[in-house]
Design a protein around this ligand. Structure first.
Ligand code: ADP
Ligand code: MG
Length: 711
């Protein structure tokens, strides 16, 4: 956790005092406005927001240890009190404030790497400090680095209860936050949003005492139940929060249904012809999922469906058939992909299927020339284009659709909530005059499975279809984990594979800190391999290349003219070259599990047995070891995702970007699942029977934040 900057309230008061003579009122007003700005940054606008800004944790400042005793307490914070005996700004080697304090038992150094001038003054020799932190034994003896502290007078009373520590922002001290919250508590309307009867049936504590307890725990409280948030007061807060989330999502769902969608009922000429000319027949899983999608499109309210299927399970065909239904019904369909390479592949593949059947397909990405863009946009706007494929450009450019009926988002987890919302609303803009604000149907595709419980918690009304079967004739990928030292052997193996006519991906290490360095590594690897494999064609593709150049390389690889393709993670998503059956991933320990799985999914697409070699550089940390082992043991995306969840926890797994998870501050989806279920049930009942309670509860808990969830 970041240490709070110690901008003391005292300094602010002093500064204000100086200017009193001239313009006390305006100065105070500016100061208050500045504080308000900072509070707003923390999301605290209304008094209720402030009251619901609950402590992150609690500190026990009820006791003071002697300095010598504190030196023997390891791994947790202690509080000491002493008189400043020395204070200097030192350079060792970084500028820092070094303060020595002592009591009867010994002395201790406090070290601050970030400090204000005002702190140096505070720490004048002879002043008395209460400091709290972990004691370490450094070069200069016992020390605390960035302790929290306050100046006190001798014999100043100790608090009798635990001290709450609030999530704070830049320039907001704990003292100020505490005061803000106490003031707000005096102003709010405390009425409980849940009736006495509901509370007792759910065994919930009342709102007011719960909130007051959390801000101001009684002296005798069991510290551990506060810390692990199992105290009844926390349970009430978590329940309220989850209830607000469920209510908000369900309400958004109802609103969406009321808006309605274009009905796309026709499985006509195009749909039939399309299926007929496919070079394969659908797997049973594809067929089942397709029926689900087809049924949705016939409804007059918008589909909101997530199509999950492991890499290579054949989601694209299902999406294309859905698009055919939209076109058969006289509407446009749009497919948005997260990268140019992927959009391009979709375009070629789907246009290759659709154009011979007379469908007008448009293509729009950021890299098009201005003239081409204008031309594409004109076709989209006039309705000539029936199927539109592209990247983010579809939402960034001022694209107007004529009659958008279906939005398909590939690799949906790559997009933010907001981006998907914009695309869906495109349907609104254009059809506003004609149709009364209808919403296009939405089909999202992802190979990164969201566990069902999470999906239901985050998207109350998301339907999920799963393709749980791979097309026939695939042989499972064999994965080996190999020490970097054996790189030469690996190159030998690549050589042998290429001579057998197999194609190879060589994935360069991820270097998160520096794109330039990543590029450099890719270029170096390319050169090394060119030198080591003189009889082979070795290509290079990376994120910084011009789209046209990238395309040229990908084309050559698809045609089989390139044997070994050195690539950065640009190939992570969706690329489909069935003849590629060997993949080498360098520094596999730097990649996350889902990324490794996505990468590996680029091979194993044809009928040849595929191999994935994960090169690592030791020594490996615990987590990296675990990840590589999981990769070796499983090729099942769902299994891998579940393990990933275990390692990382749900918040990070979903990524704040797509989950609206900023919503949940107190509840933990894993440990509080039982509360989620209850909140969901109650939300259902309240929406049906008790709109007043719904309104009051949402106003209290979400205020202005509700928009987040209307996606
Ligand atoms: P993903 O689900 O990863 O997006 P794709 O849609 O790219 O998978 O499909 C992977 C490959 O499998 C493509 O080459 C596709 O044409 C092929 N494919 C899809 N469905 C079938 C099927 N039922 N039988 C045989 N091959 C199929
Ligand atoms: Mg795909």
């Amino acid at each position: 956790m970041k240490k709070k900057p110690v901008a003391s309230a005292k300094t602010a008061t002093q500064t204000a005092a100086k200017s009193t003579a001239k313009a006390a009122a305006p100065a105070a007003a500016t100061r208050a406005a500045k504080i308000d700005d900072k509070l707003i940054k923390l999301g605290l606008r209304s008094d209720m927001d402030k009251v619901l800004h609950l402590p992150l944790r609690y500190e026990d400042e009820t006791e003071i240890r002697s300095i010598s005793e504190a030196g023997f307490i390891f791994g947790r914070s202690v509080q000491v009190e002493g008189v400043v005996t020395a204070c200097e700004v030192a350079f060792r080697p970084r500028r820092q404030l070094v303060v020595t304090i002592s009591d009867d038992s010994g002395q201790l150094v406090m070290r601050f790497l970030n400090f204000y001038g005002s702190q140096v003054k505070q720490m004048a020799e002879g002043n008395r400090v209460r400091a709290r932190g972990e004691v370490r034994h450094g070069f200069f003896g016992a020390e605390m680095v960035h302790p929290s502290y306050k100046m006190v007078t001798e014999g100043a009373p100790l608090p009798s209860a635990l001290t709450p520590v609030y999530p704070a922002g830049e320039g907001l001290s704990q003292t100020l936050l505490r005061k803000t919250i106490i003031d707000a508590m005096a102003r709010i309307e405390w009425r409980d949003t849940l009736s006495e009867q509901l509370r007792s049936s759910l065994d919930l504590m009342s709102f007011e005492p719960a909130v007051r307890l959390l801000h101001n725990p009684p002296p005798d409280i069991d510290e551990s139940v506060l810390a692990d948030r199992s105290h009844a007061a926390w349970v009430r807060m978590k329940f309220d929060e989850l209830l607000a989330q469920q209510l908000s999502m369900k309400r958004a769902q109802i609103a969406r249904r009321e808006k309605g969608a274009a009905v796309l009922p026709t499985i006509g000429k195009l749909s039939k012809a399309f299926l007929k000319q496919l070079p394969f027949s659908l797997t049973a899983a594809q067929q089942r999922v397709l029926e689900e999608v087809r049924a949705d499109l016939k409804q007059s309210f918008p589909m909101q469906r997530l199509l999950q299927g492991d890499v290579g399970s054949g989601k694209t065909v299902v999406a294309a058939i859905a698009a055919a239904q939209a076109i058969d019904s006289g509407f446009q369909a749009v497919l948005m992909a997260p990268t140019e390479i992927l959009a391009d592949q979709h375009f070629r593949k789907i246009a290759g299927w659709m154009e011979p059947l007379g469908v007008n397909v448009a293509w729009l990405t950021g890299s098009l020339k201005k003239k081409e863009k204008l031309e594409a946009k004109a076709r989209i706007e006039s309705g000539v284009a029936q199927l539109i494929i592209g990247t983010h450009a579809l939402i960034q450019e001022d694209v107007q659709f004529s009659k958008l009926g279906l939005v398909i988002v590939d690799e949906q987890h790559r997009f933010g909530v907001g981006q998907r919302l914009v695309l869906r609303n495109k349907g609104l803009d254009a059809s506003a005059a004609a149709a009364q604000q209808k919403i296009p149907h939405q089909l999202m595709m992802s190979a990164t499975p969201i566990p069902r419980t999470l999906a239901m918690t985050y998207y109350a009304d998301l339907e999920v279809s799963v393709i749980d079967e791979l097309p026939p004739g695939r042989t499972p990928i064999v994965t080996r984990v190999i020490d970097q030292n054996r790189r030469d052997e690996v190159i030998e193996r690549v050589h042998a594979a290429a001579l057998e006519g197999r194609q190879v991906y060589w994935v360069c290490p991820l270097i998160e800190e520096s794109e330039a360095l990543q590029l450099q590594t890719a270029t170096d690897t390319h050169q090394t391999l060119v030198a080591a494999l003189p009889d082979l064609q070795v290509g290079l593709v990376h994120g910084r290349m011009k789209p046209a150049d990238k395309q040229q390389v990908m084309d050559a690889f698809t045609r089989g003219d390139i044997h070994v393709l050195v690539a950065t993670t640009v190939i992570e998503v969706g690329v489909d070259v069935p003849n590629a059956s060997l993949m080498v991933i360098e520094h596999a320990e730097r990649f996350g599990l889902s990324q490794l799985h996505q990468l590996r999914g680029r091979v194993g697409r044809g009928s040849t047995a595929s191999v994935c070699l994960l090169l690592y550089q030791g020594p490996l940390g615990m987590v990296a070891k675990q990840r590589l082992r999981i990769m070796r043991e499983s090729t099942d995306g769902f299994e891998i995702a579940r393990k990933d969840l275990e390692i990382r926890g749900p918040g990070e797994f979903l990524g704040a970007r797509q989950s609206g998870q900023a919503m949940l501050r107190f509840a933990d989806l894993e440990t509080d699942q039982w509360l989620v279920d209850r909140a969901r049930d109650l939300a259902q009942t309240l929406l049906r029977d008790d709109p007043a309670t719904v309104g009051a509860h949402l106003a209290r808990w979400l205020g202005a934040r509700e928009d987040y969830l209307k996606v």
